[in-house]
Design a protein around this ligand. Structure first.
Ligand SMILES: C[S@@+](CC[C@H](N)C(=O)[O-])C[C@H]1O[C@@H](n2cnc3c(N)ncnc32)[C@H](O)[C@@H]1O
Length: 193
């Protein structure tokens, strides 16, 4: 089973180098966020995506199973005076948010770390509003000198198969920079707009 990203390396998540290959604003541009969007960043880490998303949407729920990550994010929220991010300590196999509360469920470099993907996807369907989107960014399964070990990575095709089996429909597939793929799913019963 894949290991969790070690909070002792948290500064890697915020390193200026990271923007060169995974730029949060370019990624968020591709998702089509609106001022009224409720955005759930599951596995938010130190808020690399939560903070830029907060400037574009109504509310961000930033969830992580590691309280230490949320503490770091909370420090940034306070320092920057951000009022629309709520940090929530999450659970491995469930998402402690109400039914239908989210327009976007976003996971960046988290899916390969999940111990119980089936339960998280079921929870995703529960918390997404009708017409909501599941957005998954993860590492390409190719050899590189950084990121998780190759045996812990999933190909985009594997993620698509898992999410489709769980009842999501692939709507868009692209790259989120040279090392990561970006997948956008709708819920099976949504009305396409
Ligand atoms: C590699 S970090 C990525 C953090 C952030 N998304 C980013 O891109 O900077 C993965 C994060 O997912 C969290 N995580 C792993 N499994 C989780 C789960 N089941 N529910 C919520 N968070 C989880 C880890 O604790 C870790 O902070």
């Amino acid at each position: 089973m894949a290991h969790k990203f070690d909070v002792r390396s948290a500064e890697v998540l915020d390193s200026p180098d990271r923007k060169r290959f995974l730029d949060p604003d370019s990624v968020l541009d591709k998702i089509g966020l609106r001022k009224e969007t409720i955005f759930v960043d599951l596995g938010c880490g130190t808020g690399y995506f939560s903070i830029p998303a907060s400037f574009r949407v109504k509310k961000v729920y930033a969830l992580d199973v590691q309280q230490e990550m949320l503490d770091i994010l909370h420090g940034k929220i306070k320092k920057q005076g951000i009022t629309n991010i709520e940090t929530v300590l999450s659970e491995e196999s469930s998402i402690p948010l109400p039914d239908g509360c989210a327009d976007v469920l976003f996971m960046a470099n988290v899916f390969h770390e999940l111990e119980d993907r089936g339960s998280i996807l079921e929870e995703g369907k529960r918390i997404l509003s009708s017409g909501g989107r599941l957005v998954i960014i993860d590492w390409k399964k190719i050899e590189m000198d950084f990121g998780p070990p190759i045996e812990e990575r999933l190909t985009a095709g594997e993620v698509i198969a898992i999410c489709t089996d769980a009842g999501f429909k692939l709507r868009e597939q692209s790259d989120a920079g040279p090392y990561n793929y970006l997948l956008i799913f709708g819920t099976a019963n949504e009305k396409l707009v």
